[in-house]
Design a protein around this ligand. Structure first.
Ligand SMILES: [Zn+2]
Length: 449
């Protein structure tokens, strides 16, 4: 047993009975409660307000005690949307324009090199980074399409899932082309999903007259497989793109019983507010969960170029982005829809940077989406929100509560203001009854310059 004293836990991650900020503090600015957390083995066994822990208990001979002296402590983080099969390919498949469709092309070409060994090297590196930053559960999409793409990715993730058992809970999503799926190419995707135990079918629906039938086909297959859906939806600045609305209608039409998550939903933010509000109502009614990907949206959305010069085939110079791409997080939260933020791509043609650091995702979510105005709820986007989406909330993931996994992140910040002001600050990691080393892998391992 190990007693970690005076840990300032975000209110959003505590059981309701402990969600009481200190007397005199304003939870809109500093939404935490100071608690003493006891760990036995791999599990948290008790969480009590620090002022209630008796000195006798603290000094009990059977307890090792560490006084954290009133710093912020988060539960292990959850990254609900990543692409481990694409990670760390920038050095060989860069995207100098930063454009979405150029990224598709660059990674389509690179996918010829995605052997199981190649994916294991890059995805294993990415998981070690995620773990070093404090992530304990992660969901990755795997391109599952025509030709050879798909099986090496699923096989690599199966090996990594076993290798990381007890440290990172790894879920997979079969990311496919919806139109192809509905037009006779579903067999192999369904077979790989079943054989490798994927959690959901995924895809990136595009606005088209056949979309309802494509959703129906995907939902019929997912129902048969007993899996959910996790879709890339409306990742563009096209106001007419309403694949989110169509997804909600399809869930209701099909009475689809399994979990559905929709990531991106960028175009919703530039639609008529009344229309967007009615789509949000449908999303809530359908029980769809929403995933924001602010880092990748900031990178890919809002890119514009001046017109090409006369006689030139190439576009004009880049222009300053006006729109930053994030979906309507506040409005979804107000409607009671479960929301989360994820990393999305890491060092590939869709996003040149990133390190699967869910704290970076948290920092950027607060800043880009103005979650500072609801700071008390904000930690949920990388803790309880993704835990609910991944079906892990009932196991205590994303929380600091009795029965939850004993994975905690100890920051050198005493307040949210200090935490958010200094995003590069180091952190200590608790795993079980002690601290674990924080080992961020060296890029040299990837053989890239
Ligand atoms: Zn994605």
């Amino acid at each position: 047993m190990h007693l970690f004293r005076r840990a300032r836990i975000p209110l959003a991650c505590l059981p309701p009975t402990l969600q009481a900020p200190p007397v005199g503090s304003d939870p809109r600015l500093e939404p935490w409660a100071e608690c003493d957390v006891t760990v036995s083995g791999a599990e948290i066994v008790s969480v009590v307000p620090s002022h209630r822990t008796s000195s006798t208990a603290a000094l009990s001979a059977s307890l090792t005690t560490t006084d954290l002296e009133g710093v912020l402590v988060f539960p292990g983080l959850i990254d609900v949307h990543t692409h481990l099969d694409k990670a760390h390919t920038w050095h060989r498949a860069p995207n100098p324009t930063g454009e979405f469709w150029d990224a598709i092309q660059a990674l389509g070409n690179d996918s010829k090199r995605w052997t199981e060994a190649d994916i294991l090297l890059r995805a294993g590196f990415a998981l070690r980074s995620a773990y070093a930053h404090g992530t304990v559960a992660l969901r990755t999409h795997i391109d599952t399409g025509a030709g050879a793409v798909g099986e090496p990715g699923h096989a690599a993730m199966q090996r990594l899932r076993q290798e990381w058992q007890g440290r990172i809970h790894l879920q997979t999503v079969s990311l496919c082309n919806l139109a192809a799926f509905a037009n006779g190419e579903s067999h192999r995707i369904v077979e790989l999903t079943a054989r490798y135990g994927a959690t959901a079918l995924g895809g990136f629906p595009q606005p088209n007259p056949d979309l309802p039938r494509q959703y129906d086909a995907l939902m019929a297959a997912a129902r048969e497989l007993g899996v959910g859906l996790d879709l890339h939806v409306d990742e563009s600045g096209l106001a007419h793109a309403e694949c989110l609305r169509a997804a909600a209608e399809a869930v209701l039409r099909n009475r689809f019983p399994n979990p559905v998550a929709c990531g991106h939903n960028c175009s919703l933010a530039i639609q008529d507010p009344a229309r967007a509000a009615s789509t949000i109502d449908l999303v809530r009614e359908a029980g769809i969960h929403i995933i924001a990907l602010p880092l990748c949206n900031l990178y890919l959305q809002g890119r514009t170029r001046a017109p090409a010069a006369a006689g030139s085939m190439s576009a004009g110079p880049a222009q300053t982005p006006r729109w930053r791409g994030v979906t309507l997080l506040h409005e979804f939260m107000d409607a009671g829809v479960t929301v989360a933020s994820g990393s999305d791509n890491v060092r590939d043609a869709f996003y040149a940077w990133g390190d699967l650091d869910a704290m970076e995702v948290y920092h950027q979510s607060v800043r880009i989406a103005h979650l500072d105005t609801r700071l008390d709820a904000s930690p949920a986007v990388v803790t309880t929100g993704p835990a609910r989406i991944m079906g892990l909330l009932s196991r205590g993931y994303g929380t600091v509560a009795p029965g939850a996994p004993a994975d905690l992140i100890v920051f050198p910040a005493r307040t949210f203001n200090e935490l958010l002001a200094r995003p590069a600050a180091d952190r200590r990691l608790i795993h079980g009854e002690g601290f674990r080393p924080r080992q961020i892998p060296d890029y040299a391992e990837l053989g890239s310059a």
